[in-house]
Design a protein around this ligand. Structure first.
Ligand code: FES
Length: 151
């Protein structure tokens, strides 16, 4: 008997559902308190859909300009350490009945360039492993139009 609620072949349904749960309710994630403000460039140098990879001490971070604003995520894949932020950005599909494809997380899924693990840029949550997550950082724009990342 087949499961009427399967997702794509190879998909970890539990992980995908967890990623969407967090995307729908990001307050459910415990967030570390970060107070160090670092200017990483000007907001107008990154167009919507663009990104900039910055180095802050030993920490490499990707700053992405998504449709809803700026987001920052650690440039390190928890699988085998690839530069995650050099991967492609796209969407995924929400879990649903077999044969039904409902787009989700459009423009905010980052795919690792090495082996294709995917992460939600906004929450850092992995889409294929319910336990995986990459650190994300708050990004603000100051009065001078500069991007400020809290680390
Ligand atoms: S190093 Fe990122 S998926 Fe393998």
């Amino acid at each position: 008997m087949s499961d009427a609620k399967s997702c794509a072949p190879g998909c970890d349904r539990k992980a995908l559902e967890r990623a969407f749960d967090i995307a729908d309710n990001p307050e459910s994630l415990a967030k570390p308190v970060r107070t160090r403000e670092i200017v990483v460039g000007r907001a107008d140098e990154i167009p919507v859909g663009g990104r900039k990879i910055v180095q802050i001490d030993r920490l490499s971070i990707g700053v992405f300009h998504l449709a809803d604003g700026f987001h920052a995520i650690r440039n390190y894949c928890p699988h085998q350490g690839a530069e995650l932020c050099k991967g492609s950005v796209h969407a995924t599909h929400r879990p649903g009945p077999t044969g039904e494809f409902t787009p989700g997380l459009e423009g905010r899924v980052l795919r690792c360039p090495w082996h294709g693990w995917e992460f939600d840029i906004v929450t850092g949550k992995g889409l294929y492993d319910a336990r995986s997550r990459v650190s994300v950082y708050e990004v603000k724009t100051n009065e001078a139009g500069e991007l400020v990342v809290l680390v």
